[in-house]
Ligand binder design. Structure first.
Ligand code: GLC
Length: 530
């Protein structure tokens, strides 16, 4: 076997690509994507240049939450194929230099998981959180089994929280147990067993679902962090090549808690969710009524500001240092795609130039590289709806490969597709954009190649912001000047004293001490002091 570099090393050069397995490519005509479908598209991923993919949960499940309700952690859902198919896909990806990460749903199972079914019938079982009271504590759900009482769900009612203990005891809740009680210890061991199982089959790590949710009533997540640090210690010993990326949404806490990287995400307080929303979220697509509306910086009106994002990024970078990475996603299966609401195709190049020249671990959500739209008004599917204006299904529609029936996603009858395709007759496709060197897809491909070939544009290289506003201007590694103007109107500012040579530019000039950017313009330049 080839020596495998440690995760800390390969992640520095990683470009992530997220595959929602239901919707990527269907090989057997049942309307739902599968492993063989993904395998058949590996040439595309290799051509695009991404080198790490992560799959949303592909395990056996009743799919009440798109697979985030796991009924068997060690076996894949038959609709995607077999464990052998996944292993074969992983090996085929590896031959193309692509690592595969799975989704570890650590905080809860499905109510159909045998662990939960046993627990619902055995009053002494501690693997889930049971209140043996006569009335349901807030948020708890009545036992479906012979055991009396109520269990605590972690997300939907059908997702009982695994018991990793409580950080504090409480006289009104005598059922709480400490983190080192038997049930929590068994669950911690189970996480190791699950990781071991998949890592031994050639997988390269995990994206960890709701990573902050494990220990309950845990001020500052101190005990949850302790649990992950312990697991990371074990991983570093046993599988040092494997990466742990968290869905925590707060890298300055997640990285010290043992994760190699954490995502900047759409949820949370000012310290986490708002900075991402202040870049992308245009209040159509997935909207949580509790969020305070604000104009995104990447908005045609030009009424946003990059400041919220930049301040949070600086603070996070200082806290994280070289201990891990901060991942900036274009979108994911839980929130709107970049192409959403009023954001048109011509606005997308600047967003990708920004993401792929930023000091981050970039994560591209499948289809964003061709500008697939958040599709409004789709039916709700597999628990996609979270609120009156929050349906995740619009971000989960089938990949648009070509102009054949069902956009080349599946040979099933159109009515049997997992979700309907974007009905727009002008919907973008991979085939059309591959044939057009001026397309978003070709730009994204060139940006990925440039990033991988250029240390100065990577996650570890310095960033000096020269102009915060329209345009946004920064220098990477002292050698690359990047300009993006996400608004429709032109914008200009002072240029540093340098000679600038365009590497990739559209509508941006650096000349006579000025940077002039037309609407939606972008540019990457090498610079030399004059
Ligand atoms: C995470 C997943 C989301 C899922 C939830 C419950 O937030 O990203 O899709 O519904 O956890 O597992």
């Amino acid at each position: 076997m080839h020596p495998r570099p440690p995760a800390t090393e390969w992640l520095a050069a990683a470009v992530l690509y997220q595959i929602y397995p239901q919707s990527f490519a269907d090989s057997d005509g049942d309307g739902i994507g599968d492993f063989a479908g993904i395998e058949a598209r590996l040439d595309y991923l290799e051509w695009l240049g991404v080198n790490t993919v992560w799959f949303n949960p592909c395990f056996s499940s009743p799919f009440n939450d798109a697979g985030y309700d796991v009924a068997d952690y060690l076996n894949v859902a038959p609709r995607y194929g077999t464990n052998e198919d996944l292993t074969r896909l992983t090996e085929a990806a590896g031959r193309r230099g692509i690592r595969v990460l799975l989704d570890l749903v650590a905080g809860h199972t499905s109510d159909q998981h045998p662990w939960f079914k046993a627990s619902a019938n055995d009053p002494s079982d501690q693997r889930f959180i049971w209140a043996d009271s006569t009335e349901a504590p807030e948020g708890f759900v009545a036992s479906p089994g012979s055991r009396p009482g109520f269990y605590q769900p972690n997300f939907f009612a059908s997702q009982p929280a695994l018991n990793f203990g409580h950080a504090r005891m409480h006289p009104d809740e005598p059922w709480r147990v400490p983190v080192d009680a038997d049930g929590p210890r068994t669950n911690r061991q189970a996480l190791r067993d699950i990781m071991d199982h998949w890592l031994n089959l050639g997988l390269s790590g995990f994206r960890v679902d709701m990573a902050a949710s494990l220990v309950k009533d845990d001020p500052g997540h101190a005990e949850t962090a302790g649990l992950w640090r312990e697991l990371r210690g074990w991983l570093d010993e046993k599988h040092p090549h494997a990466a742990l990326l968290s869905e925590w949404g707060d890298p300055k806490h997640a990285v010290p808690a043992g994760f190699h990287a954490d995502f900047f995400l759409q949820f949370g307080s000012r310290a986490d969710g708002l900075p991402l929303r202040s870049l992308w979220n245009n209040w159509e697509g997935t909207v949580n009524e509790a969020w305070t509306p604000l104009e995104p910086y990447f908005g045609a009106k030009g009424e946003g500001t990059p400041r919220l994002f930049l301040d949070a990024w600086r603070e996070t970078t200082e806290a994280v240092g070289d201990a891990g990475f901060i991942s900036l996603p274009t979108a994911n299966h839980d929130f709107s795609r970049l192409a959403c609401g009023p954001r048109t195709a011509e606005q997308l190049p600047a967003a990708f130039v920004f993401q792929l020249t930023w000091p981050t671990l970039p994560a591209i959500y499948y289809g964003d590289e061709i500008g697939m739209r958040y599709v409004p008004g789709t039916p709700t599917r597999e628990g996609s709806r979270l609120g009156p204006r929050y349906d995740r299904a619009g971000s989960r529609t089938p990949m648009q490969w070509d102009h054949s029936p069902n956009a080349g996603f599946s040979t099933a009858s159109t009515d049997d597709l997992y979700l309907p395709l974007d009905p727009d007759p002008a919907r973008p496709t991979v085939a059309a954009q591959r044939a057009d060197e001026g397309s978003l897809l070709h730009l994204v491909r060139r940006l990925i190649a440039l990033r991988k070939a250029t240390r100065e544009l990577g996650a570890r290289s310095g960033t000096e912001v020269l102009h915060e506003g329209y345009p946004l201007v920064y220098v990477r590694g002292g050698r690359f000047l990047v300009v993006v103007n996400p608004r429709s109107g032109a914008a200009e500012c002072t240029a540093p004293a340098c000679a600038a040579t365009a590497v990739e530019a559209s509508g941006v000039e650096v000349d006579d001490g000025r940077i002039r950017a037309s609407g939606f313009g972008f540019g990457i330049f090498t610079i030399e002091a004059t």
